[in-house]
Write a protein that binds this ligand. Sequence first.
Ligand SMILES: Cc1cc2nc3c(=O)[nH]c(=O)nc-3n(C[C@H](O)[C@H](O)[C@H](O)COP(=O)(O)OP(=O)(O)OC[C@H]3O[C@@H](n4cnc5c(N)ncnc54)[C@H](O)[C@@H]3O)c2cc1C
Length: 272
Amino acid sequence: MQREFASREDLIAYVTQVFPGAKGAVSETVGGRRAALHKLAQLQPHAYGDTRNYLDGAVTHLSPYLRHGVLTLAEVRDYLQSQGYPWSVVEPFLRQLAWRDYWQKLYEQWGEGIWQDREPYKTGFTAADYGEELPADITNGTTGLLCMDSFSQELQTTGYLHNHVRLWLAAYIIHWRRVKWQTGAAWFLMHLLDGDPASNNLSWQWVASTFSVKPYYFNQENLARYTQQKWCMSCPHLAKTCPFLGSYEQLHKRLFPHAEFPQSHSRLGTRR
Ligand SMILES: Cc1cc2nc3c(=O)[nH]c(=O)nc-3n(C[C@H](O)[C@H](O)[C@H](O)COP(=O)(O)OP(=O)(O)OC[C@H]3O[C@@H](n4cnc5c(N)ncnc54)[C@H](O)[C@@H]3O)c2cc1C
């Protein structure tokens, strides 16, 4: 295959010709080392630590470059350390890089075993209680929940989702729709430009509780807060029929009626 192109337009034209059946729009994410270094130079470690959980926070979008080896974790770490920031400022970002490294090390050890439940679900259900199929309203973005429909479309049109969105969408699929995490994980891998079996599958398992001590779930207050109410305010479900409405304890009873509510669940919204 051709590897050198005079411009991005030439590259797009070539790919369209080689894959005439390819559907959808071209992602705005620009590939290559120059684009990766440009993104790295924009890294704001102070703002990252303070805002990374917010959808409009100072996250880096470095994941496709790290995933495909355009940048290495070590060079990103070294670059940041060379900038002279104190440890407390760089630590939140380095911690996220460490998650990636950790998942990769487990993948090396387990190989295809990352597709198997590492532990039983802690939801009061067994794996057999979860469906195999992804409901069409999720992939079509027609659930009627403005947030989830928007997340589904964003995944399929841009190939990128903010970490918090990945957590919410995965939790919705597994816990609200009772679908196996493997089904959702495979769907993410089809669309993410940073799609990585280790980071993806083990994060899905963490949400599911097959690789953590309890399931990850969220409530409307948490989603509204970190999205600045972007979807909630115009969602017809907001006040009464939103499935995410309630305290963590109330949602736990509704979602996991056979499992005990652990006290530490009250802090769920701020994890990872
Ligand atoms: C359900 C689910 C699926 C995911 N699937 C993938 C995937 O396929 N590929 C992937 O690279 N990441 C995945 N992640 C991790 C994380 O969401 C993305 O790495 C991050 O959102 C990428 O955006 P960013 O580069 O702007 O992140 P930043 O917040 O700017 O982080 C910088 C870098 O640190 C690493 N990183 C950050 N958070 C995590 C994390 N929680 N776990 C592992 N590495 C992290 C990434 O390499 C990222 O580029 C997944 C998370 C969840 C909850």
